[in-house]
Write a protein that binds this ligand. Structure first.
Ligand SMILES: NC(=O)c1ccc[n+]([C@@H]2O[C@H](COP(=O)([O-])OP(=O)(O)OC[C@H]3O[C@@H](n4cnc5c(N)ncnc54)[C@H](OP(=O)(O)O)[C@@H]3O)[C@@H](O)[C@H]2O)c1
Length: 265
């Protein structure tokens, strides 16, 4: 039963669009914003059953929910939807969250090109398409916020997940550039760099997973970081510091450290 007439704190966006909302972090974000007081959630996914279940839980927390099923690799359909709801629902916050991961395999055979292409299409092309289409309608209004899901893997390529690391570095660079480009036009852009967060993607990932966070804790940190308009929302602190330092030391030293830590490719 929806909770009616909720008070919405001023730092909680009225309407939020989330791609990949059926996954671990996306679903936690949807529930986080529903519970915080967002009035409308535009939830994207591919699985009708998962979307319906999530919509029900967000509605029970008091939010109105609109769902959309699209494969984000169909960037024409994705952009058309974002532009349509950009004008009709006017989301104040768009979170480009949909993503996939692949790895070099248990026998270190390496990544298959077809998988790499799919990963780049989802993690890079679709994420940038989401941000670009959102920016168009936000510029017409003169306000809005776009959050892009990068990763701590963007700091330094990991031998187990080279393509994933590269895709998240691309998203980080795009988000940083767009923040400075769109800031003067009234649009905030934020790069989110999580460490390990409980989700199917994380479970499927090889290698050690230090400082693993539950998805609801990550969603809370993301919402608070976005409310403060932090350019880079990276967590947890010790892993972020470690990954940042790996990016500034000589690559042969960071490679040696990663091997010693169990990242072997
Ligand atoms: N979990 C972590 O440790 C971690 C760390 C750093 C960054 N991240 C980033 O956080 C984001 C969310 O990841 P997660 O951990 O929540 O993973 P997840 O549970 O696997 O969720 C991924 C979401 O993306 C959707 N998606 C994937 N390919 C799609 C496609 N072609 N079309 C439409 N939707 C698609 C999935 O839908 P389907 O279920 O239909 O595939 C799902 O909703 C990703 O960008 C990820 O790279 C995660």
């Amino acid at each position: 039963m929806p909770v009616l007439n909720r008070a919405r704190p001023s730092d909680v966006p009225r309407c939020v669009l989330i791609t990949g909302s059926t996954g671990g972090i996306g679903a936690a974000l949807a529930l986080e914003y529903a519970r915080a007081g967002s009035e409308t959630l535009l939830l994207h996914g591919r699985s009708p059953a998962l979307l319906a279940d999530l919509a029900e839980r967000c509605q029970a927390a008091g939010a109105r929910v609109v769902t959309k099923e699209i494969d984000v690799r169909d960037t024409t359909a994705l952009r058309a939807w974002i532009e349509e709801v950009g004008d009709s629902e006017m989301p104040e916050l768009v979170i480009a969250n949909a993503g996939v991961n692949i790895n070099t395999g248990p026998l270190s055979d390496g990544e298959a090109w077809a998988d790499m292409q799919r990963l780049l299409d989802v993690n890079v092309v679709a994420a940038i398409a989401t941000a670009h289409a959102s920016a168009a309608s936000m510029q017409k209004r003169g306000f809005g916020q776009i959050a892009l899901l990068s990763s701590l893997a963007a700091w330094r390529g990991l031998p187990d997940t080279p393509s994933y690391s590269a895709s998240k570095a691309a998203v980080k660079a795009y988000g940083e550039g767009m923040r400075d480009f769109l800031g003067p036009k009234g649009i905030r852009v934020n790069v989110i760099m999580p460490g390990y967060v409980e989700s199917q993607m994380c479970r499927d990932m090889p290698g050690p997973k230090p400082f693993l966070w539950p998805a609801d804790k990550a969603a809370r940190a993301i919402r608070k970081g976005l409310a403060r308009n932090r350019p880079r929302i990276s967590f947890p602190f010790p892993l972020n510091l470690g990954c940042f330092l790996l990016s500034v030391v000589h690559p042969s030293i960071s490679g040696w450290i990663l091997t010693r830590l169990g990242y072997r490719g």
